[in-house]
Design a protein around this ligand. Sequence first.
Ligand code: IPM
Ligand code: MN
Length: 354
Amino acid sequence: MSRPIVVLAGDGVGPEVAAQAVRVLETVSARANLDLRFEHALLGGAAIDTVGSPLPDETLAACKSATAIFLGAVGGPKWDTVAPEIRPEVGLLGLRKALGLFANLRPVKTIPALAAASPLKNEKLDGVDIVVVRELTGGIYFGQRARSETEAFDTCEYTVGEIERVCRTAAELAAARRGRITSIDKFNVLDTSRLWRETATRVFGSEFPDLEVEHLLVDAAAMHLLSRPADFDVMVTENMFGDILTDEASMLAGSMGLLPSASLGDGGPGLYEPIHGSAPDIAGRDAANPCGAILSAALLLRHSCGADEAALAVETAVDAALRDGIRTRDIAAAGESAVGTIEFGQAVIERLSL
Ligand code: IPM
Ligand code: MN
């Protein structure tokens, strides 16, 4: 049975990195008989320019009936002057919400070949292997908000049910990994965080008694991520904290361009996207790093196609390309030569053992 994959290339470098991820998926699909079928749809600025809405109805309908969705990136200065309710980002947030994608998995692993690309001392980077589980459909991103000329507010709201389900997803993941979970909040200031900590404590204690549980305040967590990154296994946190901490965590690996993500809900199609943005400053120049996108394709194979072996082959091929010294600009050391987005994609395909 063919599996429809909706590709939302989006804006800026989105189409360039998505093209390499799709190329890898096409190759894998042919070699492993996965029967993936790609269908392109509009999201973000590209959709605003074409049909006047960042999340057209046809796009949402296509996504709902897909096996999985692959997204490049959305946004850019071109749309800074459009009304806030139709900004490109609203399309992405609307899609996450409409598909119920409450758990955003962001794996952060240091790659020994890239130690020089991280601003951190190398001895801190040994053995860093973290999955940040970011709550994705609640919190301040989706609360009540309003603004006038002189005042504005955004509210952070969470229900027990929203906290329970993402804590369960994170705990299941931790149980299948090294058995450690760190929950991050701002318990000393926010009511949503007090509800978060109480709920997390109860879910872990009653349903996952074997896990080693730690709670950290988000400001301290931002510091601990740099001072002892190798101690963490699974981290779980609310939407905004997770957004900020994962940009920070990407520098453990060496570049924003390296990190993939999987957004999962209750059994429907998953959404896979690199954590980086649309990088308008380098768009259209074949200069973006497609690693985050290609590794997101690996997550798509694993979580939406049950193709673990193919996923691992893609991850191993990316590792091999990096080990062989293939570098895009963002991760090239001084004096090292860099390849373009397309050439990096080609290098990964050449190293696929499938
Ligand atoms: C991300 C991005 C998005 C977010 C933006 C583009 C809305 O920064 O996926 O991390 O804030 O969630
Ligand atoms: Mn972000």
